[in-house]
Design a protein around this ligand. Structure first.
Ligand code: ZN
Length: 140
């Protein structure tokens, strides 16, 4: 898989130094999702209060794309309202369709733009975002 060098560095940084890896208290909303085609597994925990994503943490195992995406997602949505977080998930879907999208608040996400050229990997990149949607939908 050939990605732009700068983008690859951002992805590998998140993969090697994941942000928000870990767990939250038992009251947190917990979502488990798998991507069987690649073997990625994620547990996402969300602290959802008063319509805001207060905290997001994840554990799991998988490829560099799935884990770096989870790391970026948890950083990007923290402090956002449910609507803002879902809007970001929509934007990320557009990015995966090859549309040109900018993430003003969290540019690291754009490093995953090259994944759209590798259809088999799109499910890796969207796994964490699907978990986010599921978690927010369970509360709204
Ligand atoms: Zn994967």
């Amino acid at each position: 898989m050939q990605l732009d060098d700068l983008y690859r560095r951002v992805i590998m940084d998140h993969y090697k130094n994941p942000r928000n890896r870990g767990t939250l208290s038992e009251e947190a909303v917990t979502v488990h999702l798998n991507n069987p085609t690649c073997g990625d597994r994620i547990q996402l925990q969300l602290e959802l209060e008063e319509g805001i994503v207060k905290q997001a943490r994840f554990t799991g195992e998988g490829c560099s794309i799935s884990l770096s995406s989870a790391s970026m997602m948890t950083e990007a949505v923290r402090g956002k309202t449910f609507d803002q977080a879902i809007e970001m998930a929509e934007k990320f879907s557009s990015l995966m369709k090859g549309e040109s999208v900018e993430f003003e608040d969290y540019e690291d996400l754009e490093a995953l733009s090259g994944v759209n050229k590798f259809p088999a990997r799109i499910k890796c990149a969207t796994l964490a975002w699907n978990a986010l949607r599921k978690g927010i939908e369970s509360k709204s």
